[in-house]
Design a protein around this ligand. Sequence first.
Ligand SMILES: *Cc1c(COP(=O)(O)O)cnc(C)c1O
Length: 365
Amino acid sequence: MNKLDYQYPRVELDLKKLKCNIDQIVSRCKDQGIGVAGVIKGFNGIPKGIMQYEASDCDYIATSRLEQLQTAANLGVTKPLMLIRIPMLSEAADVVRIADVSLNSEISVIKKLNEEAEKQNKIHKVILMVELGDLREGFWDKEELIKTAVYIEKELKGLKLLGIGTNLGCYGSIASTPEKMNELIEYAEKIEKEIGRKLDVISGGGTRAFPLVLKGIMPKRINNLRIGEVIVIAKELEELYGYDISFLNQDTFILKAEIIELKGKPTYPIGEKDYNAFREVDEYEDRGIRKRALAALGIVDFVFTDQLKPTDANISIIGASSDHLILDVEDCKENYKVGDILEFKLSYSTLVNVTNSPNVKIICK
Ligand SMILES: *Cc1c(COP(=O)(O)O)cnc(C)c1O
């Protein structure tokens, strides 16, 4: 089969900028006794990206998808690999084979992991997830949590209880506060009392918990964070909460696309009103004839049109369909022509989509 040698659309990953962000976050966490699990799911585990984490001082390489941990394993990564989505019962054998650590909340899965670990002659490490109110994964019944911890410690020879963790700010829009962290520590200490030893890991969350490090108010016993966004894109903490994170690069990943049509066109559609490609009838503002560009990529690639940001601030995105992005370029100083390349900054949720699109080339610089 002949390979297409198209160059656009493409995502460019600046490896130096990524490494710099990893170092900045890891050193700030280390200063407060916190190890970092570098979460690679945001960019679908691009191999050269993974190697930047391998070359850093982070403690683990982590992701929600086993395929990406397999990629890391195939690269010969030496850092321990952490699976941060509760494993499927059906993937237990692969989890034990590929991951060193997994986050867990179901006894049936935990028993299966133990069985597989014994079969494979391995000790698989588990972190039990605690539900603190954000209502995604984790033990809600805290007696069940403690019973499970004790059971792993005393009965399951193939597993090691590494610690406990929690996740906030994913579903229930619940803040990572010192109070929530202290609640997690309380459960850790209850478990420690029952098993008669200290837990190695108390994992307080992801990017949304990092401000507690920035402000120096992270409770002492939290010694692990699983960090994705603030390393990879580094926008959320600034845009949502106004934190100064100017020590981080926000352009580690850039999306580039080619102009395929450039014409002056009316802004108000002409003809009888009907549905658009998404079965909606949109509203349009009549701004007369304006210069518009079509770029060769679409919703299939980026999913969330409103989260693309043209680096030329005079460009505005006026719409998109599956394979086309429609841009108003009337106010641009640059005199664009067909074949020119436009650049876009990405959000975290857009990055995961464009790096997952088979139509988008990935270039590491
Ligand atoms: C995605 C994920 C993270 C990383 O979250 P960020 O907000 O990207 O830092 C951490 N833990 C779990 C369980 C996750 O699913």
